[in-house]
Design a protein around this ligand. Structure first.
Ligand code: GDD
Ligand code: MN
Length: 387
């Protein structure tokens, strides 16, 4: 089978289209054919290409796009293996696209082709750098449930505080920009999560000349939404990274959140096992005797909370590099190793801060724990999710 992927540099410049529209897909086999056919019809008269970036869908998405591409060479497919994420897929698409205008839309039919055509016309005129479909100009049908609509508005508000840009709908997943403007943001993109428009606008100091088109969200054409609680956490983490100028990375924020959840697991396990377990006797240590049940209680709490942290980090913080099967086991061992060093480091630093620098015992403990958190993050990357 010929390689479905293509390299941008292999394509001769003379055929470079005006518009490259990226469609990121994950199991959109039910919709993708009609979505592409419909939008291609609406872009009549425009020199465009459609680049589908598929994250190795388990359904027939890739087969459908390959098939369409045979009949229409403007339709191209790039399959990513072992990677996940809407934002990073979009960046991949734009990086290999050839148009002077770069755009994005969903592969499930939710974005209205009439609005997309309007976006294309607006930006191809040449006096705008970024044009977005917005659900919040006047009253539109957002197609969202009450709860999601509320969530979307809250996210829009929080994002507005960080962005300071005149976007009425920064959560929009349907927009177009000039390649020139994209390149000013490209070096600083985070690529975490779903909200690539937020990432872009927060990653460049160059203010885009900006336009909007009012657009309602339509219903999905089959398949399932990939939005879950992780997408919300991702956005929060992305905003922290952008608000701190990248000093605190989005991934570190997620890692820290998992760490906090691990502390709760620790407390819960400790409380349970403390109330349930009674073992008499202990190990003699210097002048003391260390009770067996203390060793078991604390040991269990440490072990279970570390294991919890590993699993949650695997499906949240590092889900784009998620470990499965054998590598998951070696990753788990690597994580135990990193965290054990972190614990020793924390112990040493706490005592040093308290006894040598005379810092209050509580402040010493908290500072040491924070430091070991930074180490654990580094260690997790080095020993578990190798990158
Ligand atoms: N390649 C790739 N990798 N594509 C993905 C991934 C991924 O990990 N996750 C989701 N997608 C694709 C989906 O296949 C779909 O084409 C598009 O991204 C949007 O995903 P949905 O699951 O349909 O998201 P949604 O309907 O909840 O979100 C929509 O509304 C948001 C605003 O509320 C999208 O338009 C978002 O882009 C938009 O931000
Ligand atoms: Mn959707």
């Amino acid at each position: 089978m010929p390689d479905a992927n293509f390299a941008a540099d292999k394509a001769p410049d003379v055929t470079a289209p005006d518009l490259s529209l990226i469609i990121c897909t994950l199991n959109e086999g039910a919709a993708i054919r009609s979505v592409i056919t419909e939008i291609a019809g609406h872009l009549n008269g425009i020199h465009f290409e459609i680049v589908v970036v598929d994250d190795d869908s388990k359904d027939n998405t890739a087969a459908e796009v390959t098939d369409l591409g045979k009949a229409d060479p403007r339709v191209r497919l790039f399959v990513r293996k072992g990677e996940r994420g809407l934002s990073s897929a979009a960046i991949k698409g734009w990086d290999i696209a050839r148009g002077r205008v770069l755009g994005i839309m969903d592969g499930d039919g939710q974005h209205d082709p009439v609005a997309i055509r309007a976006l294309a016309d607006m930006i191809l005129k040449g006096d705008k750098d970024l044009v977005c479909a917005s659900r919040y100009i006047g009253k539109t049908d957002t197609g969202l449930s009450f709860i999601r609509d509320l969530g979307s508005k809250a996210a829009t508000l929080a994002t507005g505080l960080v962005l300071k840009a005149p976007l009425t709908d920064p959560m929009s997943g349907c927009f177009m920009m000039t390649r020139d403007w994209y390149e000013t943001a490209r070096p600083n993109l985070t690529g975490v999560g779903f909200k690539i428009l937020v990432d872009l606008v927060a990653s460049t100091k160059v203010r885009p000349r900006f336009g909007e088109v009012k657009a309602s969200l339509r219903q999905r054409q089959g398949g399932e939404s990939k939005l879950d609680i992780r997408v919300v956490l991702d956005l929060g983490a992305l905003l922290v990274e952008k608000a701190t100028n990248g000093i605190i990375s989005a991934r570190f924020v997620l890692f820290g959140l998992v760490g906090v959840s691990g502390a709760f697991v620790y407390a819960l396990v400790l409380a349970l096992s403390h109330s349930l377990l009674r073992v008499d006797g202990g190990l003699p240590l210097y002048r003391y005797q260390v009770r067996y049940d203390d060793i078991i209680n604390y040991g269990l709490a440490i072990w279970l909370s570390m294991t919890w942290n590993f699993y949650i980090n695997n499906v949240l913080t590092f889900r784009d590099k998620r470990l499965k099967g054998w590598p998951m086991l070696t990753g788990l061992l690597g994580f135990y190793f990193a965290c054990s060093i972190g614990a020793l480091l924390s112990l040493g630093v706490a005592i040093l801060l308290k006894d040598y620098f005379g810092i209050h015992w509580f402040a010493a403990g908290v500072s040491a724990a924070l430091l070991s958190g930074v180490w654990n993050y580094w260690g997790a990357k080095a020993f578990a999710w190798n990158q």
